[in-house]
Design a protein around this ligand. Structure first.
Ligand code: NAP
Length: 285
C-alpha cells in the first residue's frame, strides 16, 4: 500500500488565500504590508527565488521593493541600504537573499536587520527567542515543515521525532519547533553512529541533509510521517529530495514529495511572517 502524499502546493495555496484576504481587509483600512528583498550579485538560483518572492507579493497585494545590487557592492554599501530599510515606514519585512558574495560577512548583514523586520528569522535575537520559547519571527522553511506535519492531523505531543541535519537554517530550528509542540526530539548529523537504529524509532522523520535520495525504506518505521526538506539538482537537471520517495512511500505514513512538498511552503511562510511583522509594527497584532 502506498502512503498518502502531503500536498505542499495545496497547503501553500490555502494559506496564501487566507493572507490575500487579510491583506485586502487591511488595504481597506489604508494599510499595506511591505516587503523589501535585497539581491547582491547574479547567482541564477537566487534570481529565481527573488523573482518568486516578488511575484508572491504582487499576487497577495503586498507592497514590494526589490533591490538588485551588483556583485561588487561593498559591505558598507549593503549595510547602508539595510539601515535605510530598517527606518523606512512602508517596509515591514527585510530579506537579504543568501548566499552573499564572499567579500561580505553574512553575519554582519543579518545582525544589522531590525529584529522586528527580520522575516527570515535568522537574526540572533529571533533565534534566541525561539530557543527560550518567546514570541519571535520563525525561520520560514522550518515553520513550513511544522505546518505540513500539523495539517496531516497527527498529534505531535508525545511523539518521537527524528531530525536528520543540524544546520542553523533548517535542522536546528525544526528540532526546536518540534520540542515546542511537545514532541521528543532526536537530532542526527554526519557523525551520528547507528543512525538507522534511531530513525527507525521515529514517528516523525524530518530529513534535511542535501544528499539526493539518501534515506530509503530501511531508515523508516512503518507508518511514520516523513518530511523531505532536501532540494538537490541531479545531473539530468531534475530536482530530487533527500528521501528516496518510491522506496519510502511503500512503508511510510504521510510523506512530502519533491518537488511539491516543503518547497512551496517557504515563500508562503515568508509572506505570513511579513504580515505578522507588519501588524506588530502597526500595533494591529
Ligand atoms: P547544510 O547546511 O549543508 O546541512 C546539512 C546537514 O546535514 C548537516 O548538519 C550535516 O551534518 C548533515 N548531514 C550531511 N550528510 C549527512 C549524512 N550522510 N548523514 C547524516 N547527516 C548528514 O544543509 P541545509 O541548508 O540544512 O539544507 C539541507 C537540504 O535542504 C538541502 O538539500 C537544501 O537544498 C534543502 N533546503 C530546502 C529548502 C526549501 O525547501 N525551501 C530550504 C533550505 C534548504 P554535519 O553538521 O555533521 O556536517
Amino acid at each position: 500500500m502506498s502512503a498518502s502524499i502531503i500536498n505542499g502546493k495545496q497547503v501553500s495555496a490555502e494559506i496564501r488565500e487566507g493572507l490575500r484576504q487579510e491583506v485586502e481587509r487591511l488595504e481597506k483600512q489604508g494599510f499595506t504590508p511591505g516587503l523589501a528583498v535585497v539581491l547582491v550579485g547574479e547567482d541564477p538560483a537566487s534570481q529565481v527565488y527573488v523573482r518568486n518572492k516578488e511575484k508572491a507579493c504582487h499576487d497577495l497585494g503586498y507592497y514590494s521593493e526589490v533591490h538588485r545590487l551588483p556583485a561588487s557592492t561593498t559591505q558598507e554599501e549593503l549595510l547602508a541600504l539595510v539601515d535605510k530599510l530598517n527606518r523606512q515606514e512602508n517596509i515591514h519585512g527585510i530579506l537579504v537573499q543568501l548566499p552573499l558574495p564572499g567579500h561580505i560577512v553574512e553575519k554582519a548583514v543579518i545582525d544589522a536587520i531590525a529584529v522586528e523586520k527580520d522575516v527570515d528569522g535568522f537574526h540572533p535575537v529571533n533565534v534566541g527567542n525561539l530557543v527560550i520559547g518567546d514570541d519571535s519571527l520563525l525561520p520560514c522553511t522550518p515553520a513550513g515543515v511544522i505546518e505540513l506535519i500539523k495539517r496531516t492531523g497527527i498529534e505531535l505531543s508525545g511523539k518521537h521525532a527524528v531530525v536528520i541535519g543540524r544546520s542553523n537554517i533548517v535542522g536546528k530550528p525544526v528540532s526546536l519547533l518540534l520540542q515546542r509542540e511537545n514532541a521528543t526530539v532526536t537530532m542526527c548529523h554526519s557523525r551520528t553512529a547507528n543512525m538507522k537504529e534511531l530513525t527507525k524509532q521515529a514517528d516523525i522523520l524530518v530529513v534535511a541533509i542535501g544528499r539526493a535520495n539518501f534515506v530509503d525504506a530501511s531508515y523508516v518505521k512503518p507508518g511514520a510521517v516523513v518530511i523531505d526538506v532536501g532540494m538537490n539538482r541531479l545531473d539530468n537537471g531534475k530536482l530530487a529530495g533527500d528521501v528516496d520517495f518510491e522506496s519510502v512511500q511503500s512503508i511510510s505514513g504521510p510523506i512530502t514529495p519533491v518537488p511539491g512538498g516543503v518547497g512551496p511552503m517557504t515563500i508562503t511562510m515568508l509572506m505570513q511572517n511579513t504580515l505578522i511583522a507588519a501588524k506588530r509594527l502597526q500595533g494591529l497584532a
